[in-house]
Design a protein around this ligand. Structure first.
Ligand code: ARG
Length: 390
């Protein structure tokens, strides 16, 4: 029998995929990754088997996600279209790596995913799979089957006795991991309305956020956050802790009209409290420790880096080359940032670094200035010279 390894989330789409693939004559092996959403391995296993899977691989990839994907994106400062910190997009290539690994172990010729034919995720999955193992054949049931709506899928699932949690008024499509939540569909498709109260679900609305300020400190060593409020912490733990505080303080909601790879403009809202807090802190240390040319160029790199992640081009030479550039800039990015969180705002309260390029003697308008202002006159004449005619 033909064998297929399916990236399985436990939701309606991928449950239907199991059954559909079985009916096409495949032995179905599922793979689920724990990246920090609500996750119960026992429940997943029970439901995959009940839907017709032969077995399921479940891997906790949170740590790998943090160090191999989130951290490079954080160092690079990658933000897509100014508002999206790429939580979903970053997770896909990691899932792909494990999907391919399992397919190879299982000697399966096929892999499958439950992405729709309109989104970015199908691109991220398939480009990644082709780069890592061009011999694998890819099946995308949602592009092939004739179930044309959620209602039809539910009907199919009920008819085939699939163990789905039927919830006809599931309003939004949600993807969650430790780096953030992506929410789309339902009433969000109406661009003239602010997100309904039931749409964001992680972060408190700023007007209902904690009434008092929350102060926190993050210490970086060569671009890596490694201490939180004075305590050494692995990155996963730190992100989880900071997420909690951020949620309480109403941090990290964004509402974006974004450009999908396939050309569609769509509206998605995001919640990424910890991610925005860490980005802000990291950039603050960079502002203090990097010279202006490096900072400027790094911002250009950040735009391209974010686009590569978004467009499913993680496993490319350019991404690796940009990583090498970014890494070389992080040598001096060490120090401590103090932040105050208050009703949706991240306020920088303190920054300090042994590599600081800030020189108070140069900057001061008070007494004891070491800046030789008599040099300014000549400097300005030379600086402007190229632009003066006659
Ligand atoms: N638009 C985001 C991206 O392309 C998230 C996609 C998944 N969103 C979702 N709500 N299921 O990365």
């Amino acid at each position: 029998m033909k064998k297929v390894v399916l990236a399985y989330s436990g939701g309606l789409d991928t449950s239907c995929c199991i059954r559909w693939l079985r009916d096409k004559g495949f032995t179905v092996i599922c793979f689920s990754a724990n990246l920090g959403s609500e996750f119960s391995p026992d429940d997943l296993k029970r439901r995959a088997i009940k839907s017709g899977a032969e077995k399921i691989y479940i891997r906790d990839l949170r740590r790998e996600f943090a160090y191999r994907y989130i951290l490079p994106a954080l160092k690079a400062g990658a933000i897509y279209e100014r508002k999206y910190l790429l939580s979903t997009a970053l997770a896909r290539p990691l899932i792909v790596e494990h999907l391919v690994d399992i397919a190879e172990k299982e000697k399966a010729q096929f892999v499958a995913h439950g992405c729709t034919g309109k989104g970015n995720d199908q691109i991220r999955f398939e480009v990644g799979i082709r780069i890592l193992n061009p011999k694998l054949k890819i099946i995308a049931p949602l592009r092939e089957w004739n179930l044309n709506s959620r209602e039809e899928e539910i009907e199919y699932a009920l008819k085939n006795k699939l163990p789905i949690k039927v919830n006809k008024d599931k309003l939004y499509s949600i993807d969650q991991n430790i780096w953030g939540v992506s929410i789309e569909g339902g009433q969000l498709e109406d661009l003239n309305k602010e997100p309904p109260l039931n749409s964001y679900y992680l972060v408190k609305p700023p007007d209902k956020a904690k009434k008092s300020k929350v102060y926190l400190e993050i210490e970086f060593g060569q671009g890596v956050p490694f201490k939180f409020n004075g305590k050494r912490m692995i990155l996963v733990k730190m992100i989880e802790e900071i997420n909690k505080l951020g949620c309480e303080c109403g941090i990290g909601r964004t509402d974006l009209i974004e450009d999908r790879v396939v050309g569609i403009k769509s509206r998605e809202i995001y919640e990424a409290p910890g991610a925005w807090i860490l980005y802000t802190a990291h950039r603050e240390i960079e502002s203090l420790t990097l010279n202006r040319e490096t900072l400027f160029f790094k911002d250009l790199v950040a735009l391209k880096y974010a686009q590569l992640i978004y467009q499913g081009l993680w496993f490319t030479e350019l991404r690796k080359a940009l990583d090498a550039f970014v890494e070389s800039t992080q040598k001096f990015v060490s120090g401590t940032v103090g932040l105050t969180l208050y009703k949706g705002n991240i306020i920088v309260s303190k920054r300090e670094s042994k590599n600081s390029l800030y020189n108070k003697g140069m900057a001061t308008y008070g007494e004891g200035s070491q800046f030789d202002r008599s040099l300014a006159d000549g400097f300005i004449k030379l600086w402007g010279m190229p632009y003066i005619r006659g």
